[in-house]
Each structure stands twice: as structure tokens, then as C-alpha cells.
Design a protein around this ligand. Structure first.
Ligand code: PGA
Length: 228
């Protein structure tokens, strides 16, 4: 279902600007897009892709950097040029200025379809609970829970970074269409709070309720809770 939405977008938009999320949830999505490229010639040649967030403090070549994960899982297997993947420069001397630059780039793109995961604490991108609903691209500190959950993507000897650059909640909301995906019972409570609870900065993903064009794709386990 998610690949269908992406395929329709990249084949019909005049200049497709695709917002990419990373994380375990997106891996089968990317695998399906790669399969469609190989078997059916689905082309990404016209696509410009934009990262949702990126860790701070990793080497440029670190495989755990989201830019490199996107290259490994998607870009290198399809006809998406390396130069077509855009993200914040986490090695910029002035990170605040770099966040402002990336925010302007995103607004100018503008993003047509944005893929989103959701954290089990209700985060979207790296907007942790408490993030203002009007936030824009900025440097953030990662919560212990987020770092613990993402440790599975890092080698045992490597610490998960403590900071990241993330698109803000308002930045994400400026995309034309949002597609949120969640799988597994560990997501059920945050999904229920995001979709059925009040819109609040304590559940950053609840901001998608304010967006006019959202598709949420859940497996049964992620859909199993009700907001309390
Ligand atoms: P996951 O992460 O896809 O690895 O569960 C999603 C998120 O934290 O936004």
C-alpha cells in the first residue's frame, strides 16, 4: 500500500520532491520500491529526495548516518542520483545556520509526499515529546528511550548519538501529503494517542490530525489500542 502511494506520486508529480524517513519500518517499503524498479522499471530519475532527520556526531562515512542508510537501502539500487538525496550538513560549522538553510530548501522544494514513522513515545522525525507544534528544522537532544530503541541499528561498541538535526513539526506539516506507517504492538499506544487523543506537543505525531491529506498505514498490532 505504501509503495503504491509512492509509485503514484513519483510517476505523476511534475517534479516529485519525496520526503524520506528512516528506521526499521521503512526498510520493507524501500525493498518493495527497489523490487518495482528492478522488475517493472519504476523510475526515480526525476525524484529529488529529502531526509527527515539526521544524527549529529557521526563521521560522514558512518553507515548509521541516515544519508548512508538511504543510499544503502534505496538510492544505490535505483536510478536516484546521489546528488538527488538532500539533507542537512551535520558537519557545518554553524549548525543553527545550516538548520535554517535546510528549512528554506524544504519549503522551496516543496515536499509533495512525506513518509513518516512514529516513535513508541509519540515522536515524529526526531521531534520528541514537548516539541512545539510550530517548530522548524533545528538541533535537538534525543531522549533515552529513543536512543535505546535505535541502539539496534548501531554496532555494540558504538554509542547512539545524543543529538540530531530534525525537521520540525511545522516543517513536516508543510508537505502536501503525509503517509505515516507503523507496525508492531510497541507502537499501539502512541498510534492511538496520535490519532484519537488531543493534538498536543506531548504527542508530536498528534499534529498529523491538523493536516488535510494524511494516510496512516498500520498492521493489526499497531492498530490494537484505543486512546485512553
Ligand atoms: P522505526 O522508527 O521505524 O525504527 O520503528 C520509527 C521512528 O522512531 O520514527
Amino acid at each position: 500500500m505504501v509503495a503504491d502511494l509512492v509509485e503514484r506520486f513519483v510517476t505523476t508529480a511534475p517534479r516529485p520532491a519525496l520526503g524520506l524517513a528512516t528506521g526499521g519500518t521503512m526498510e520493507p517499503v524501500f525493498a518493495e520500491l527497489v523490487r518495482r524498479h528492478r522488475e517493472h522499471g519504476l523510475s526515480f530519475a526525476r525524484v529529488r529526495a529529502y531526509l527527515l532527520d539526521e544524527y549529529l556526531g557521526l563521521d560522514r562515512e558512518d553507515p548509521c548516518a541516515y544519508r548512508n542508510a538511504i543510499r544503502r537501502l534505496l538510492a544505490r539500487h535505483v536510478d536516484l542520483g546521489a546528488g538527488a538525496v538532500h539533507g542537512p550538513d551535520t558537519h557545518a560549522a554553524d549548525l543553527d545556520a545550516e538548520c535554517d538553510r535546510y528549512e528554506r530548501e524544504l519549503r522551496a522544494a516543496p515536499i509533495g509526499l512525506q513518509l513518516l514513522g512514529i516513535g513508541s513515545n509519540g515522536h515524529i522525525a526526531f521531534n520528541e515529546p514537548g516539541s512545539p507544534l510550530d517548530s522548524t528544522t533545528r538541533v535537538v537532544a534525543l531522549r533515552g528511550q529513543t536512543r535505546a530503541e535505535n541502539a539496534r541499528f548501531f554496532p555494540a561498541a558504538q554509542a547512539v548519538p545524543t543529538r540530531a538535526i530534525t525537521q520540525g513539526i511545522a516543517t513536516i506539516g508543510a508537505a502536501n501529503q503525509l503517509v505515516m506507517v507503523a507496525c508492531g504492538e510497541h507502537k499501539a499506544d502512541s498510534v492511538a494517542r496520535a490519532l484519537e487523543g488531543p493534538v498536543t506537543s506531548e504527542v508530536p505525531a498528534s499534529a498529523i490530525q491538523l493536516h488535510p491529506n494524511v494516510t496512516v498505514v498500520l498492521d493489526r498490532s499497531a492498530a490494537a489500542s484505543r486512546a485512553r
